[in-house]
Write a new protein. Structure first.
Length: 145
């Protein structure tokens, strides 16, 4: 079999049409890219200003998140200060952190691990450097809303 019959039998017309459409699509995309290259170069030239804008957007989001976490932290800390202070007075100073957590769980403190962690982060409970902890005597640190 030779000629046009062989082309038809082996899907030659379909392959030719597919090849033409691939080449045409590639040329159209290339022409669009060349037509818009000035915008891409403009963005590249002003990349420092765009990077600063993006950084400012992320800073604003981070500041909003940190302000809301400070508010919830202060509410937790204010509620837990008196509870933990009573437990620490009962245990005596210096005290071990696992024992404070166990007592907190025993007496029904809500979320004792995170609450005690918040007290440590707020500076109410400080390490003594020997593996134990002390209650910070500076009572002016209490955060009031």
């Amino acid at each position: 079999m030779f000629g046009l019959d062989a082309i038809s039998t082996h899907n030659g017309w379909h392959m030719a049409a597919l090849g033409i459409s691939i080449v045409f699509t590639g040329l159209v995309l290339l022409s669009i890219a060349v037509a818009q290259i000035h915008k891409i170069l403009q963005i590249y030239d002003k990349r420092d200003t765009y990077i600063k804008r993006i950084k400012n957007i992320f800073r604003k989001k981070n500041n909003l998140e940190s302000n809301s976490s400070d508010l919830s932290l202060s509410e937790k800390v204010n509620g837990a200060v008196s509870q933990c202070r009573i437990l620490i007075d009962k245990m005596g100073e210096p005290f071990s952190l696992p024992r404070l957590i166990n007592l907190s769980e025993k007496y029904g403190m809500s979320h004792p691990y995170s609450t005690i962690n918040d007290l440590i982060n707020a500076g109410f409970i400080v390490p003594d450097g020997k593996g134990y902890f002390l209650w910070n005597q500076d009572d002016k640190k209490i955060i009031r809303l």
